[in-house]
Design a protein around this ligand. Structure first.
Ligand code: XUL
Ligand code: CO
Length: 442
């Protein structure tokens, strides 16, 4: 049976002038860009939770989506039809990866062993579908936030028994990732934070979180998982304050608890904006520390203060992101996971296609613009010029090498006199970026 009869064949590439809403304008997977195929630069992953399990529910009302999958009363049968629909969607979209939480693909069983059994059954089903289609697992994760036992946190819960349940879940989710050939494993600390400091031992909760991450990384090593372990920062929601607030905070935490070499970061656009940063800010902070591993692509709404998880359509933001990704030589094991959901009013299954096509085209277009900007040195040339003093003068080199003293610098200041005033040319650079964004790319 087909779950998406409205899309008969895989979405074709038709070029920028196409008027077909079910075609790509920019995503031409085999096109070579900077020595790699577009699909290698852009390892898109469909996100199982929003795309397959999303209902359109919001805080004011229940689901508005009626899906032809997952309707069977037997939970495992429902999970199977959901997975069959998922793989049909992946193939028709031409997306080569997917991401899931354990509970997205397998239902709660009511006990540790029943949960494990359900997950194993669904991993077996997924392995079959992966083999048939060639679609691969980008990363998996454990849902440590929906079950009521995690109300006060998982690893940072005041009860060690809850900590143990979280460990049991992550253990099996890691086993599943390994079995399915996943190249990453993500930790998003949805409830690892507090709602009030009045009842929170902040010092201990951070220590618990570090202990959990050490245990998880040791376990990954013990089973021979060679993929990347990723932490996904977010400042708040559902907690008032989440410990992995943003890239800088998370990197500081990793250094403080001797975890720096074991984890990279998965940076989500809407999480960065919730932290009052631009996405490129958090990407840059992660990248310069050598810790940028993967991207969750979506966008927020500037008029709303929450995680709206809209599909990414902002070419400028995507281009600035791709500049950073290209500069660090790609994402390695990582990819671009659509952590994005349809609006409540977009309830047709074909809306899923429009949404993903738009997102893929946005990043494909962005990749082309970013590469062109790099070739032309649009930002790198003025940047090199702006900091030339630190590279090209004895004074600058000695400061960076920490081979000078305040005494010596006072002498340099007195001898050099008043420094020349140099404009930052912000507006000119903004205009240049706009110029590249609006050019025809061929
Ligand atoms: C929530 C969020 C998560 C993680 C995976 O805001 O982004 O879905 O990506 O747990
Ligand atoms: Co996310």
């Amino acid at each position: 049976m087909s779950y998406f009869p409205e899309v008969e064949k895989p979405i074709p590439y038709e070029g920028p002038d196409s008027k077909n809403s079910l075609a790509f304008r920019y995503y031409d997977k085999d096109r070579e860009v900077a020595g790699k195929r577009m699909s290698e630069h852009l390892k898109f992953a469909v996100c199982y939770w929003h795309t397959m399990r999303g209902t359109g529910a919001d805080v004011f009302g229940g689901g508005s989506f009626v899906r032809p999958w997952g309707r069977e009363s037997d939970p495992i049968k429902a999970a199977r039809s959901t997975m069959d629909a998922a793989f049909e969607l992946f193939e028709k979209l031409g997306v080569e990866y997917y991401c899931f939480h354990d509970r997205d693909i397998a239902p709660e069983g009511g006990s540790v062993s029943a949960n494990h059994q359900n997950l194993s059954a669904m991993v077996e089903h997924a392995a079959r579908r992966q083999k048939e289609t060639g679609v691969r697992l980008l990363w998996a994760t454990a849902n440590l936030f929906s079950h009521p036992r995690f109300t006060h946190g998982a690893a940072t819960n005041p009860d060690p028994l809850v900590f143990s349940h979280a460990a049991a879940q992550v253990r099996r989710a890691m086993d599943a990732t390994l079995e399915l050939g996943g190249t990453g494993y993500v930790f998003w600390g949805g409830r690892e934070g507090y709602s009030t400091l009045l009842n929170t031992d902040l010092k201990q909760e951070r220590e618990q979180m570090a202990a959990f991450l050490h245990l998880a990384s040791d376990y990954a090593k013990s089973i021979g998982f060679e993929g990347t372990l990723l932490i996904e920062p977010k400042p708040m929601e559902p907690t008032t304050h989440q410990y992995d607030y943003d890239a800088a905070t998370t990197i500081g935490f990793l250094r403080e608890f001797d975890l720096f070499d074991r984890f990279k970061l998965n940076i989500e656009s809407n999480h960065a904006t919730l932290a009052a940063h631009t996405w490129e800010h958090d990407l840059m902070v992660a990248s310069i520390a050598g810790r940028l591993g993967s991207l969750d692509i979506n966008r927020g709404d500037l008029n709303l203060g929450w995680d709206t998880d809209q599909f990414p359509t902002d070419l400028k933001s995507a281009t600035l992101a791709m500049l950073i990704v290209l500069e660090q030589g790609g994402l390695g094991d990582g990819g671009l996971n659509f952590d994005a959901k349809l609006r409540r009013g977009s309830f047709d299954t074909v809306d899923l296609f429009h949404a993903h096509i738009g997102g893929m085209d946005t990043f494909a277009h962005a990749l082309l613009v970013a590469q062109k900007m790099r070739e032309d040195g649009v930002l790198s040339k003025p940047l090199a010029k702006r900091y030339a003093g630190f590279r090209e003068t004895e004074l600058g080199r000695k400061i960076l090498a920490r081979e000078t003293t305040f005494g010596e610098l006072e002498e340099a200041a007195a001898a050099g006199g008043e420094p020349p005033r140099v404009s930052g040319r912000q507006e000119a650079l903004e205009n240049l970026v706009n110029d590249y964004l609006s050019r025809n790319i061929d």
